[in-house]
Design a protein around this ligand. Structure first.
Ligand SMILES: NC(=O)c1ccc[n+]([C@@H]2O[C@H](COP(=O)([O-])OP(=O)(O)OC[C@H]3O[C@@H](n4cnc5c(N)ncnc54)[C@H](O)[C@@H]3O)[C@@H](O)[C@H]2O)c1
Ligand SMILES: O=P(O)(O)OC[C@@H](O)[C@@H](O)[C@H](O)[C@H](O)CO
Length: 458
């Protein structure tokens, strides 16, 4: 007789019974399962709100979770111990290309919300924030929608208007698209790419898109990729085999703005008229310092955030960046202090192995939103912006092959600027592509070049 544990399974009686699908999620991944699915699990009306989750690009996670009926273990890890919990709110899982199911949910009168975690790159934005029609997959989606082949779309922005068409054809009204990606004004970003794609399709599609609500949210919970050791730790602590558990930290926050014409769960989130102050606090203090450490601390040989923040040199760089960012936040100073203190504690959590290499991906999308607004504001105020400039300098070194490996489709555009040239020219070339006005600031170019040299020597 085998003594290997049995598989986690809804059929075997694990978790809660499946709730009716009222939310469709695009971008089934770890963060969605630690955050939106966790909030839905803990809503007082959880029995009425099931989630059908679709992979963003592949089928892997759907294949792993389908035999478990969508159940998975969320392992909340702190230095004082582990807390495993079975999450039951995801009731159906689908590969990215299962458009028949996607359109089927859209035609259901019960569907009320579409949530998104498709990464920054998933929005397929071109210059100015409209959909990037130069992207071959976007262009193919546009042609598929024009030809009425709704089930042939592949991009995230393509999947939104086809759901809206299917819904209208079924005689159903508007729902809410709720973005949960780390992007400023993510609801507006989602609306702009969807609407501009609809405009490119033509007819009355853009006005159909306008009938729907696009909500914005600030999301926060540090959720790294799960390791094999963690899968084993879950097996040991629960006595069940789970093919895809998620590991996360105790801290969790969600701030949401927008309308929900078809309803929503009674999430224990903070609902506000304007997310921006919360978003800036989180994007600059948390994601900005993550981005700084991803490049500057990985080049010093650190692998994970908890190691990086324990290095006094890295800690001083992070504090300097926080001092600069804090000057431009629109939240009370006491909130900023409390948030910074909480961040240090979160980063020091040694049970969370958050790889700097994971955070380093897609820097070309992250630097502009996490670092540059503070750099511009500091320069405009007549200060040198050293903390922000160091993040840019560290990214220049990263593009030159130091520290975490480059994993960024957008980095190719910077290759010519950073290789076989002087440090000054490399910095100027990178800044020129990020923001020509910054490249035209000789003091900044000089400072960032000095910081590149300082990082190389450190
Ligand atoms: N992990 C975190 O700590 C965290 C915290 C807050 C917010 N987020 C947000 O959640 C997003 C997802 O993070 P994750 O940790 O779940 O990553 P993940 O790799 O576990 O999942 C990412 C999901 O996005 C999909 N995706 C990736 N690129 C895509 C593309 N070009 N088009 C469509 N779908 C695409 C993937 O297929 C997958 O379903 C992040 O980009 C971030 O904006 C993450
Ligand atoms: O998920 P990304 O790649 O956009 O960013 C990496 C991290 O900064 C991010 O995932 C944070 O851990 C998260 O935003 C915390 O809530």
């Amino acid at each position: 007789m085998s003594d290997s544990p049995r598989r986690l399974s809804r059929e075997a009686g694990d978790g809660r019974p499946a709730a009716p699908v009222r939310i469709a999620h695009l971008g089934l991944g770890n963060f969605f399962r630690a955050h939106q699915a966790w909030y839905t699990e803990h809503a007082p009306d959880a029995a009425d709100w099931g989630i059908a989750a679709f992979c963003g690009r592949s089928a892997t996670l759907a294949e792993q979770l389908a035999p478990q009926g969508g159940l998975y273990t969320l392992l909340v890890r702190a230095d004082d111990g582990d807390r495993p919990e079975v999450i039951s709110s995801v009731v159906a899982v689908h590969p990215a290309d299962d458009l028949d199911s996607w359109l089927g949910y859209a035609r259901s009168p019960e569907l009320a919300v579409i949530t998104l975690t498709v990464t920054e790159a998933g929005y397929r934005r071109g210059p100015g924030g409209d959909i990037d029609l130069a992207d071959a997959q976007v262009a193919a989606d546009r042609d598929a929608i024009v030809a009425g082949r709704l089930a042939d779309v592949v991009t995230a922005p393509g999947k939104l208007p086809v759901a809206m068409i299917a819904r209208r054809d079924a005689g159903l009204g508007p729902l809410t698209v709720l973005s949960c990606d780390n992007l400023p004004d993510n609801g507006h970003v989602a609306a702009q790419v969807t609407r501009s794609l609809a405009t490119a399709v033509g007819g009355d599609l853009a006005s159909l898109v306008d009938e729907h609500s696009f909500a914005t949210s600030m999301v926060d919970r540090i959720t790294p990729r799960t390791t094999d050791d963690e899968i084993e730790a879950v097996r040991r602590s629960t006595g069940l085999d789970d093919a895809a558990p998620v590991v996360t930290e105790p801290f969790v926050e969600w701030v949401v703005a927008g309308d929900f014409p078809a309803g929503r769960p009674a999430w224990d989130a903070t609902f506000v008229p304007d997310v921006e102050p919360f978003e800036q606090r989180k994007l600059w203090l948390l994601n900005g310092s993550h981005t700084l450490m991803a490049y500057a601390a990985s080049a010093r040989g650190h692998e994970v955030v908890s190691e990086a923040i324990a290095d006094p040199v890295v800690r001083s760089w992070v504090e300097q960046w926080w001092d600069e960012a804090a000057r431009h936040l629109r939240v009370p100073a006491s909130d900023v202090e409390a948030y910074r203190a909480a961040l240090v504690e979160r980063y020091e959590n040694r049970q969370i192995r958050h790889l700097l290499a994971q955070i380093a991906s897609d820097g070309s999308q992250k630097i502009p939103v996490r670092i540059l607004p503070v750099l511009r504001a500091e320069r405009a105020a007549g200060r040198d912006g050293r903390g922000a400039a160091r993040a840019v300098a560290a990214w220049v070194r990263h593009l030159q092959g130091h520290g975490a490996p480059v994993n960024d489709a957008g980095a190719a555009a910077y290759a010519a600027a950073v290789n076989d040239t002087t440090t000054n020219d490399a910095v100027r070339g990178v800044l020129d592509q990020l923001d020509p006005q910054l490249a035209g600031d000789p003091q900044l170019v000089r400072l960032a070049a000095e910081l590149v040299e300082e990082l190389a020597a450190s």
